[in-house]
Design a protein. Structure first.
Length: 391
């Protein structure tokens, strides 16, 4: 028996456990101080009414013999795939039903998709970024190279013709930086992928935070992309499904064998998303559902605006916030990410996420999120104003 030794090459992830430890220690020593957490990457508002009603109805169906459902299609029920198809069509992206695969969220599909690619591929991952892309490839023993995202390129790295990559990850709007590619920039990535016979794995988990009509919410808004891109999306941040679990992945038929390979992979290793959840997800795409989720997203975006405006007033460099729940700021006075974390905790009891936890280029930066309550966000920013305008 041989174990998968690649797992030994994974870096231990101490980020969130270290944050929790530091915060708990501080809280124990200072029980009278109110800590505000702006580090969380999880939603806090409940599921919207349309979703809850649809799920209740589906539960009732499950209790009656005539409407009970057992195993469903591995790739998702047609009612939900059609809803996703129509959602794309509204942005002039025409998809075939068999290109859409319903998932239990983007994270699993982002990892599982690697099953359909050979081992000897070079993988290009932006740095900093959502750590799942790197770790899943290290587990599979693939070579990972990095595209540097930094202040100079506003955390939007562009293709380098001297770097040869086969599998490219792009995340827009980005976690952790909140930076968003425009159409011209994405076109350059599509052209690079087509030229190099590479595939783009496009993570659009935060697409619904984009408020500018001109910015692409799907890579398929870019000409030529169906020949070189797979898209992963999720209802987690769109509709508060982080605990409910539902997303979708698009594998275009223009990618040749890959669509059938993914179907085969899913029908072999996956047994579909629960019927009740898929009915809830379908409700997200109704007129009422869209109205309700937009209200929730609007709430988070207001928080992001409060954070961004405060940082602007204080002259603290940052990106994100406008089309994303994340605000990525440069730590003042050249502090390191962890020093800044300690500084905020000690002085104003605001918790964020040190950028160094998302890659080496994250050092010196810090992530704040807008998923907290409005009251806490305003209070946290008042504390920021006081701390930094005193300086
Ligand atoms: N992609 C990005 C960029 C994320 O930040 C996250 C979650 O934080 C995910 C995917 C995972 O989404 P899901 O909850 O659908 O698995």
């Amino acid at each position: 028996m041989n174990i998968n030794e690649n797992y030994l090459n994974l870096e231990q992830s101490y980020l969130f456990s270290t944050i929790a430890k530091k915060v708990n220690e501080f809280a124990d020593k200072n029980p009278d101080k109110k800590i505000i957490r702006l580090g969380i990457g999880d939603v806090t508002l409940p599921l919207c009414k349309a979703v809850i009603e649809a799920m209740h109805k589906a539960v009732d169906e499950m209790s009656v013999q005539g409407t009970f459902r057992g195993y469903g299609p591995e790739q998702g029920y047609d009612f939900l795939r059609n809803a996703v198809k129509d959602y794309y069509a509204k942005r002039n992206v025409e998809l075939e039903l068999d290109e859409i695969f319903i998932s239990d969220g983007a994270k699993s599909d982002l990892g599982n998709i690697l099953d359909i690619f050979g081992k000897d591929n070079t993988v290009l991952v932006p740095d900093p970024v959502y750590p799942v892309y790197v770790d899943t490839n290290i587990m599979a023993g693939r070579k990972v190279v990095f595209a540097n995202a930094n202040g100079d390129n506003e955390f939007l790295p562009m293709p380098d013709e001297n770097v040869k990559a086969d599998i490219i990850y792009l995340c827009s709007p980005n976690n952790p930086t909140g930076a968003v590619y425009n159409k011209e920039q994405l076109k350059k990535w599509v052209d690079y992928a087509l030229l190099n016979n590479a595939i783009i794995l496009f993570d659009s988990a935060y697409e619904c935070f984009i408020s500018d009509e001109d910015l692409p919410r799907s890579i398929y808004e870019i000409e030529g992309s169906k020949k070189c891109a797979i898209e992963f999306c999720s209802l987690s941040k769109t509709a508060g499904f982080t605990g409910t679990r539902c997303g979708y992945t698009v594998v275009p038929n223009a990618l040749g064998k890959l669509n059938k390979f993914w179907l085969r992979r899913q029908t072999t290793k996956f047994n579909g998303v629960p019927y009740i959840i898929q009915r809830g997800a379908e409700a997200v795409f109704t007129e009422q559902g869209q109205k309700e989720i937009k209200e929730n997203i609007g709430y988070y975006k207001e928080n992001a605006k409060v954070i961004s405006e405060t940082l602007t007033r204080l002259g603290i460099w940052h990106v994100g916030g406008k089309h994303s729940p994340y605000i990525w700021l440069k730590c003042p006075n050249n502090m390191s990410s962890w020093d800044f974390f300690d500084y905020l905790l000690e002085n104003i009891q605001v918790v964020g996420t040190p950028g160094a936890g998302f890659g080496k280029n994250g050092e010196g930066y810090f992530r704040l999120t807008s998923f907290g309550s409005k009251e806490n966000t305003i209070e946290a920013m008042k504390r920021f104003e006081k701390l930094f305008s005193d300086k």
